[in-house]
Write a protein that binds this ligand. Structure first.
Ligand code: ADP
Ligand code: MG
Length: 392
């Protein structure tokens, strides 16, 4: 599917006003009645309806007349709202090529006014479970209802808060720059995901460093929960950076031990297989607990004794308990329903966009951009097998 992008080059104030009205309506409607959009937007002379048609033509909203005349945002519409907000804040000035695609995110390069290149992660929670969400009631009386907009926003908020806290505590993570809606801006990590690396100068050192990180995280009260070769970046000097934090949990989580052991196991498995690390080497290492029988993998019980309180700091940081519960519910439900998760982008009529976009900052109300849909074969560069390599 090819998107006609030319009309997106000059989105007007009214376009954004109506787009924002649809977003506001979605706080409690899956499909927002057109009349409500009109009331929120408050444009004169039926202007809202004309603008809605334009937004629809550009796939920024989706029209649904099954029960009543209504609209909802598409990913593209939501992306535009976040991008515009961040550009207006001066966080970045242009969007470049796509550098990553996950099951539930798309990552692009963006550049600031002075040419610094950053990474933009757009969360897409619910991309795979949209059908289930769609079949639920239109009116979300409890915001708990799993709404992709809400979940994607939570994921971004959580990722940003964790990245910031981890960075402040000296962990090797990207620098958290800013966050809006489902979008996180962070420093661009040089290097490659470890999964792409076939050879290392010092595999033992890298292994020790990585294992040491899992232990140190737990000593600070946190477990990554997706600590694997896809979420570890490594540069030419074999320096490690950890990414991807929306699924992190506190060491006080009821399954903490299992998550901790699974993270450790992933690293052992990967290093054994890829770099052929001898198992004696594997069994004598970092932060380990000697139980007198010679087994000495890092043990959750021993690191947990020393656990700090970063998890509690984060709980107090605006990422609320309720948000945490909602995220965890979603993650659990998603894990259970994996097989039914066919790609239904076509069904929902959302082409997930690939950007090649230049934003002219002088016109703060307009985005000068070119968009093509992923299906049309955009400039995506990294689409290697991606996911949790050993999630249970
Ligand atoms: P997901 O949650 O979808 O797995 P990730 O945060 O793991 O998303 O990112 C997916 C891919 O995007 C990574 O494997 C990596 O190649 C790339 N990526 C993510 N963040 C950055 C960054 N800050 N700098 C460079 N590349 C990144
Ligand atoms: Mg990842």
């Amino acid at each position: 599917m090819k998107l006609d992008v030319n009309a997106l080059r000059y989105l007007t104030k009214d376009d954004f006003r109506v787009l924002t009205a649809v977003e506001m309506g979605m706080r409690n409607h899956e499909i927002v009645p057109a009349e409500l959009v009109d009331r929120i937007a408050g444009l004169k002379h039926g202007g809202t309806y004309k603008v809605l048609r334009n937004l629809l033509k550009n796939k920024l909203v989706h029209h649904d007349a099954t029960k009543y005349d209504g609209y909802r945002l598409t990913y593209l519409g939501y992306d535009f709202l976040a991008i515009k907000t961040l550009v207006n804040r001066g966080v970045f000035a242009s969007v470049g090529r796509q550098i990553g695609v996950g099951k539930e995110s798309d990552i692009f390069e963006v550049a600031t006014e002075d040419g610094t290149v950053l990474a933009m992660k757009l969360h897409r929670l619910g991309r795979t479970s949209f059908r289930a969400v769609k079949s639920k009631r239109d009116y979300l009386r409890h915001r708990r209802s799993f709404n992709w907009l809400y979940l994607s926003r939570l994921a971004a908020l959580k990722e940003f808060a964790f990245m910031k806290a981890l960075g402040d505590h000296g962990f090797p993570v990207p620098t958290a720059v800013d966050c809006n809606r489902h979008c996180v801006i962070m420093s661009l990590v040089q290097g490659y995901p470890l999964v792409q690396v076939k050879e290392l100068q010092n595999p033992d050192d890298v292994f020790d460093t990585i294992l040491g990180l899992i232990v140190r995280l737990a000593e600070h009260g946190l477990i990554h929960c997706d600590f694997n070769e896809f979420n570890i970046m490594i540069d030419d000097d074999e320096k490690i950076t950890v990414i991807d934090f929306p699924q992190m949990v506190s060491v006080s989580h009821r399954n903490a031990q299992m998550f901790f052991d699974r993270d450790i196991e992933c690293i052992y498995k990967f290093f054994n297989k890829r770099f052929n690390l001898k198992s004696e080497k594997n069994e004598e290492e970092v932060g380990s607990e000697s139980d007198g029988e010679g087994t000495s993998r890092p043990s959750f019980l021993s690191v947990n004794k020393a656990a700090g309180s970063l998890d509690k700091e984060l709980a107090a940081s605006g990422f609320t308990r309720k948000a945490q519960v909602d995220m965890e519910k979603y993650i659990e439900e998603d894990a259970e329903g994996q097989d039914s998760s066919s790609d239904d982008d076509d069904e929902i009529g959302d082409a997930v966009p690939i950007y090649s976009l230049k934003i002219d900052q002088d016109r703060s109300d307009e985005l000068d951009c070119n968009l093509t849909s992923r299906n049309s074969g955009g400039p995506g560069t990294f689409s290697e097998e991606h996911g949790t390599s050993c999630s249970g």
